[in-house]
Each structure stands twice: as C-alpha cells, then as structure tokens.
Design a protein around this ligand. Structure first.
Ligand SMILES: Nc1ncnc2c1ncn2[C@@H]1O[C@H](COP(=O)(O)OP(=O)(O)OP(=O)(O)O)[C@@H](O)[C@H]1O
Ligand SMILES: [Mg+2]
Length: 336
C-alpha cells in the first residue's frame, strides 16, 4: 500500500511508515521546506555580521566542492568540511540546503538520524560504497547525544572525506545547552576528533527568523474537521493520545514517511505532556512536519503550551523552545 492510498483512511496512525533502503536513499535530498533555499534568498541580519560572513564562507565552500573557476585556488587551500553552529531559527538548515543546491555532481542531504538509519538498514560497508565519491555530503543536526552513533558517523565521514567528498554539517540542539549552544562547536570537534582539523566552523548568531516579525502564538481550532475540509490535499485526523502512542511504535527515522504527501494533520484532545519521552518523540515528529511543511489544525490546549514548565526548565529546554517556534509556524493560518 502506498502512502497516498493509506491517506484515504484519514488517520495518521493507519499510514504505512515502512521505508526500504532504496527509499531511504531517495529521501537524501533537502526537505520540501528548503527546496528553494539559496544563498541569494537568505537575508543576512545586519545586526549580526556572522550571518553575512556565513554566506560568503558557504559560497566559497560550495565553489570549492565544484572545484571550478574563480574558487579553484581557494578550494585547494580550504578545508573539506564546514560546520554551521548556532542557535535555533538562524538559518543553519537554509544555508546547508543552499550549499547543497549550489553544488554540482552526486550529492546527498539528510539529517544525522537519516544517515545512521541508513547504515542500520544497509550495513556499514554498503553505505560507504553507496556514498563514496559524492561531491557533497550534507548532514543536518549532527547529534552528539549517543557516543556510538557519533563514532560511527566520524568513521564514515573519515572514509568519505578520503574519497574526496566534501562534508557540510549543522549543529543539533544539544541537551543542557541553556544558552545559545555556545559550546556545541567544541564538543563537535572533540567528538569527531580524527576529523576535527578538516572542518571549518562557522558560528551563526541571530534571532529566531521564524519569530522575527511578531510575537505569535499557536492557534487552537474549535472545528478541526471543518478546517481540514477547507484545505486542498490529503489530510488526516486523530486523537492526540492515539498519535503519541503510535509514535512510540515507529522509529523516528520513519516519521518522515508517516507525514509524506500530507497537506495537513488534525489533532483532537491536545493536552500538556506528563512524560518527557512522549514530549521528545513529539518534538522529533514536529521536526518532520516542519520539514515537509505539513500544517497542523489542533483542538484542545494550544500547542505552544504543551511542554510543562519543569520540562522547559530542564536539559532539553532548547529542543522544546525550538519545537514551540515550529508549532507556532505550522498552526498559523498563513502557514505553508
Ligand atoms: N536570514 C534569513 N533569510 C531568509 N530566510 C531565513 C533566514 N534565516 C532563516 N530563514 C528561514 O527561516 C526558517 C528557519 O530557518 P532554518 O530552519 O534554516 O533555521 P535553523 O538554524 O536550521 O533552525 P533550527 O534550529 O530550527 O533547525 C526557514 O524557513 C528559513 O528558510
Ligand atoms: Mg535546522
């Protein structure tokens, strides 16, 4: 059953989340949200010069990946890797996708989780075989949470860099980084130790772009089915608790498949989280909705109020704040 036919059931939890290794590889392109991201439509904030500097550095880096023209000389001296570090919503993924679009040749773009899931599905050696010789490997949200996965990726990237591939990565929102994730770059370089000297780190400062305009809030609906009926394209409607239960049975690397092709999802009975694991799974799910630009029409507690204060004050604060920023964007009537 394809994702499209399962949509007709109208329930998110009935959708087919199976993902073959082949489909995983096909997914290694920038998500819909960043299909048109370029260096030209990135608007650097003049109050934060690191943004303009990042654009220049990425232009040079992507030019180096092509190894042609003006940048050839520079490319030979430049490092094969670039790491974009910074707070949420400053445009790291936008810039990573822009670098990908700018690069010619065989290239890949995925989240850290997608790459590790690919190694899990294919095995290590076949993954190297598949990716080697690529002009660019773009990795969004490099995770340092799991030492095993970090080591696996460092080994993979070492091999790929040795084949001449360039690597661009962005920082994930690290746990316990209550500030701006200031130490993420150092952690990253330490963890990928053997690769560290191959990476140039770019620190991007700034405000959450999604909230540049106004202080917004997540909108709650009192007629989910009615609003969904007015949205063109496939939609689903489920109870919040049913979705949470379902998310616990699907590997997060497959959430992308769960939401694929949807225009909007409806959630009823939204309430605040009692358990951190449910909340973190929901955060990962929101990330995939956001990437695919799937609108949310929700009834119950406003979605920007579902993370209780004790969670917001805990080690995953930044992850929750970012999810709130994304939930505000996805529930706004002008979304997508
Ligand atoms: N300076 C900018 N000019 C134009 N668009 C921007 C800029 N910064 C961010 N955006 C847009 O704002 C949205 C959020 O940016 P993006 O997702 O790239 O940020 P991020 O740093 O990856 O954040 P996160 O921590 O949430 O992953 C995207 O739609 C992106 O295209
Ligand atoms: Mg991002």
């Amino acid at each position: 059953m394809t994702a499209e036919t399962s949509v007709s059931s109208g329930r998110l939890v009935d959708r087919d989340a199976a993902l073959s290794a082949q489909q995983m590889v096909e997914h290694l392109v920038p998500p819909r949200q960043f299909a048109g991201a370029s260096l030209d439509n990135y608007r650097p904030d003049e109050d934060h010069p690191s943004q303009g500097a990042a654009v220049d550095a990425i232009r040079a880096f992507a030019g180096g990946a092509q190894g042609v023209g003006l940048f050839r000389k520079k490319a030979q001296a430049a490092k094969p890797g670039i790491y974009l570090d910074g707070g949420f919503g400053v445009g790291k993924t936008h810039l990573l996708a822009a670098a990908w679009h700018q690069t010619k040749g065989r290239k890949y773009f995925g989240t850290f989780i997608e790459y590790t899931a690919l190694v899990g599905a294919l095995g290590y050696a076949p993954t190297v075989e598949l990716l080697k010789g690529a002009s660019l490997i773009a990795i969004d949200e490099f995770e340092l949470d799991d030492p095993g996965d970090t080591r696996l990726m460092a080994r993979l990237l070492n091999e790929l860099a040795a084949t001449g591939s360039r690597i661009a990565a962005t920082s994930n929102t690290p746990p316990n980084a209550l500030g701006e994730g200031r130490f993420a770059a150092q952690d990253f370089l330490r963890e990928i130790d053997s690769l560290a000297d191959k990476f140039e780190t770019l620190r991007i400062d700034g405000l959450d772009y999604r909230r540049r305009d106004a202080e917004a809030h997540a909108r709650a609906s009192d007629d989910v089915a009615g609003e969904l009926a007015g949205i063109a394209g496939p939609t689903t409607i489920d109870e919040f608790d049913t979705v949470l239960r379902h998310l616990s049975t699907v590997h997060p690397s497959r959430y992308v498949r769960l939401v694929e092709g949807l225009a909007a999802i409806g959630l009823t009975g939204v309430h605040s989280f009692g358990h951190q694991t449910d909340a973190l799974r929901f955060v990962a799910f929101v990330d995939r909705l956001y990437d695919a630009q799937v609108r949310i029409v929700a009834q119950g507690a406003p979605l920007d109020s579902v993370f209780p204060e004790e969670m917001l004050q805990g080690g995953y604060r930044k992850k929750y704040l970012r999810a709130i920023s994304r939930l505000i964007a996805l529930t706004s009537s002008g979304a997508v």
